[in-house]
Design a protein. Structure first.
Length: 319
């Protein structure tokens, strides 16, 4: 199927890479320290991530206000690696708890942060993509929509001109027929499948993506090794928001020819995923932030997820 030159370049740039779906470290009061964010991103790259996906599901992008989003994008782009930015998504108002996220460290050009996007979900996604393009992102990860998904991707493409990664997320799985239309869009470089427990759905999504000549990207933290065997050619996972080496080792072993090492590395990843990606599933962001704090990536004071379910501290020891 036809693919634009921009999308084709992103497809090849990301092939074989590990993108860390980074969290957005913040305090219990919703303060974001940009110097800390940059250091956290830099550490993920130093430990084996090839690029960053910011403001995605793990980064709680749909919940964050435009000035914070812009500042986080700037932090990531400044590190000189491929950066994907999550756009769109409809945050559940009942989960925000009325928290206002603020910047505790200002960038010199923070006054240039964009105004609030229009209220419509499509218009908001387009505005977020325009901002990402202006700040130097390589592409956008388009959150699934409960409305016309193909129209959403087309609007983002026409409005911002950035190549897109489609997103088949467990909270709103995409019907195969619609998925085929989306990955056939000229602005779509690939698809991230993150279906968690739907093995057949993941296999179907990978098959449809590859048949369209797009990049199949695994976001399957609980089916990571199998998804590579099913044909995924890159990874974009929340599991790499901490303990990056665990995911990196599986990808390196898979790219080599040591079956036993692939088996051992996959077993290590599966044990970590079983402790972090478990019910309540939305609590995984808090669990990964706890791990990031335990590793010294972020201080414990900035290891809070304000938008997931309440997670008891007792779970921390198990993690």
């Amino acid at each position: 199927m036809d693919i634009s030159s921009q999308a084709a370049r992103l497809r090849e740039q990301l092939r074989g890479t590990l993108l860390a779906a980074a969290a957005t470290p913040m305090t219990a009061l919703g303060e974001v320290d940009l110097d800390l964010v940059t250091a956290y991103f830099r550490g993920l790259l130093a430990d084996g991530a090839d690029g960053l996906a910011v403001l995605a599901h793990t980064g709680r992008g749909p919940f964050l206000p435009p000035p914070v989003r812009s500042a986080v994008i700037e932090c990531a782009v400044s590190l000189g690696v491929p950066v994907l930015v999550g756009v769109g998504g409809a945050p559940d108002e009942t989960r925000t708890g009325g928290v206002t996220v603020t910047l505790s460290t200002a960038r010199p050009d923070s006054s240039a942060a964009p105004r609030d996007a229009p209220s419509g979900s499509v218009e908001r996604a387009v505005e977020e993509a325009r901002v990402a393009a202006g700040l130097g992102a390589a592409g956008v990860l388009v959150f699934p929509s409960a409305t016309d998904r193909l129209a959403l991707h087309d609007a983002v493409w026409r409005g911002a001109g950035l190549p897109m990664i489609a997103f088949d997320l467990y909270t709103l799985p995409c019907p195969p027929a619609v998925l085929k239309e989306i990955v056939g869009h000229p602005g779509v470089a690939g698809l991230k499948a993150a279906l968690l427990s739907d093995a057949m759905g993941c296999q179907e999504a990978i098959r449809i993506t590859r048949e369209a000549g797009r990049l199949a990207i695994t976001g399957e933290d609980r089916m990571f090794g199998p998804s590579l065997l099913w044909g995924a050619e890159a990874a974009l996972v929340g599991l790499a928001a901490a303990r990056v080496g665990v995911t990196r080792d599986v990808m390196r072993a898979f790219a080599g020819n040591d079956l036993r090492e692939f088996e051992r590395a996959s077993a290590r990843l599966d044990r970590l995923a079983a402790a972090t990606f478990t019910a309540p599933m939305e609590g995984y962001v808090q669990r990964m932030l706890w791990l990031a704090a335990a590793e010294g990536r972020v201080p414990r004071s900035h290891a809070f997820d304000l938008y997931g379910p309440a997670t008891e501290e007792a779970v921390l020891a198990e993690v």
